[in-house]
Structure formats: C-alpha cells, structure tokens
Design a protein around this ligand. Structure first.
Ligand code: SF4
Ligand code: F3S
Length: 140
C-alpha cells in the first residue's frame, strides 16, 4: 500500500507533509503535491500533519484515480522536502469541492530548487542546502 494525496491539496498546498516524510517521497506540481507510491514506506506520519486532510491511505475505497494521478506525476514533477510558504489564498480553497476538475494543473512546481533565480556563476557560496558531502575539504 501507499499513502496518496487527494483533491483538497489542490490550491491549498500547505507542505507540512514534506517536513515529516522520512523518505522524501513528495513531488511538487504547480498547485498540489503527490506521493510516489513506490517510495512511500507507509509510515503514516504525514497523514495527520496535513491541515487540509488531503492525505489518505490507499486502502480506503475509491482512490484508484488518485493513486494513478500520484503515481503518474511523481515521475515528472520535482522532489520537494523543504516546506515553503503556502499560497496566500490557501484557506479560501480549503474544503472547496471538485478541485481536480476546476483547478488541477499538470505543470511542475519548483521543488527544492536552489538559487535558480540568482544567476551568479562566479560565486559558489550561495545556498544552504547542499550537505551531501560532509567532508568536502573545508567546512565553513
Ligand atoms: Fe512519507 Fe510516510 Fe507519508 Fe509515505 S506515509 S508519504 S513515507 S510520511
Ligand atoms: Fe497538500 Fe496537505 Fe501536503 S495540503 S501539500 S498534502 S500538507
């Protein structure tokens, strides 16, 4: 099984979920996130973190189309593991029915993109997110 992100995430996109996922299996579209079903380890910790109650286990009935949507877009949208500011109008869309039909966007979100707007090829000391190499020669 896996957990899946469903309708009420659309245009709410609170992103609390990404902070708690131990395997970083959330992927970001323009106005919602999805979970990669093959990466999710079914720990369940994200479910209660979502203020919009948009995350459910796929053992609930009627989720086939949502499972497919999560599965499809998890392979094309960028990974996200760091929460950003939710949309300013997130609260207005919380609970609005049929958001998939009205508002779903297949476009990718920005994911954990770093310094893409900086455009500063000369300087390497720009962003705080790259800790992949603990002993990179010189620690700051
Ligand atoms: Fe991540 Fe666990 Fe949620 Fe799956 S159930 S998406 S592993 S936090
Ligand atoms: Fe969406 Fe809920 Fe995460 S609204 S972004 S599934 S916290």
């Amino acid at each position: 099984m896996t957990y899946v992100v469903t309708d009420n995430c659309i245009k709410c996109k609170y992103m609390d979920c990404v902070e708690v996922c131990p395997v970083d299996c959330f992927y970001e579209g323009e106005n919602m996130l999805v979970i990669h079903p093959d990466e999710c380890i079914d720990c369940g910790v994200c479910e209660p973190e979502c203020p919009a109650n948009a995350i459910v286990p796929d053992t609930e009935p009627g989720l086939e189309s949502w499972l497919k949507l999560n599965s499809d877009y998890a392979t094309v949208w960028p990974n996200i593991s760091v929460k950003r500011e939710p949309p300013a109008d997130a609260k207005q869309f919380d609970g609005v029915p049929n958001k998939l039909e009205q508002f779903f966007s297949p476009n990718p979100g920005q994911g954990d993109a770093i310094t893409e707007h900086v455009g500063d090829p000369g300087s390497a000391k720009t962003h705080p997110i790259s800790n992949e190499h603990p002993s990179h020669g010189q620690d700051p």
